[in-house]
Design a protein around this ligand. Structure first.
Ligand SMILES: [Zn+2]
Length: 214
């Protein structure tokens, strides 16, 4: 890791901070140098044996966890949307999700249930969890993630409607909060005729499967 070439300007305001980060200089730092620096700020010795390779590991892990930035739903579904006269609800339940909250950069994880009512087109079932992942593997808030999945399906399938429910545990609440260990956050996004009573009720009943949201 070595030294950073940037930084160390004197603070013009005469405050306590020794290093005034200026944006252009920060951009010159590699991510590994930033993690090295962060370890120092946390009071650690980045050169001790257990931490020597940590900046490299953190970089590759963060790049993996946010790989959705480099993915596109349109590319993903290319060749996987088929003409089909199926008219009943299609539901993929219990899709595992792992994402990171954008406020604390800590994980949130749980399950997504995704349904749509076809309008002449269906999509390969394996693509639905992958669409969820395109958006989950970014810095997120659960509410936006839920909406993005619903809107993406509306766009690429033009179905009669879409329903998405996500239930997740947030480590930023569980590890930092008090008495929030078991609280699960549930979000939903309903589009098209999933806003109608009958379809919505059918979706929520199937998605809940009677074993959560009691
Ligand atoms: Zn958070």
């Amino acid at each position: 890791m070595g030294k950073q070439k940037s930084s160390a300007q004197s603070d013009p305001a005469g405050g306590e901070s020794k290093v005034v980060p200026i944006p252009s200089a920060a951009r010159e730092l590699s991510m590994q140098q930033l993690v090295h620096r962060m370890l120092e700020f946390l009071g650690e010795d980045p050169e001790r044996e257990g931490l020597v390779r940590t900046p490299a590991r953190v970089e590759s892990s963060l790049r993996w966890l946010t790989r959705g930035y480099g993915e596109s739903v349109d590319e993903l579904v290319r060749g996987a949307v088929f003409e089909e006269e199926h008219e009943s609800m299609v539901l993929v339940r219990d899709i595992e999700i792992y994402s990171m909250c954008e406020h604390h950069m800590l994980p949130f994880f749980g399950k997504a249930h995704v349904a749509y009512l076809p309008n002449g087109r269906i999509i390969g079932l394996s693509k639905i969890p992958r669409i969820v992942d395109v958006y989950a593997r970014r810095l997120q808030v659960q509410e936006r993630l839920t909406d993005q999945v619903a809107d993406a399906l509306m766009r690429v399938l033009r179905p009669h409607g879409v329903g998405v429910v996500i239930e997740a545990y947030h480590l930023c609440m569980m590890m930092r909060g008090v008495e929030k260990q078991n609280s699960k956050t549930v979000t939903s996004a309903l589009r098209g005729n999933f806003l109608d009573g009958t379809t919505r009720d059918e979706f929520l009943r199937l998605a809940h499967g009677g074993n959560w949201l009691e």
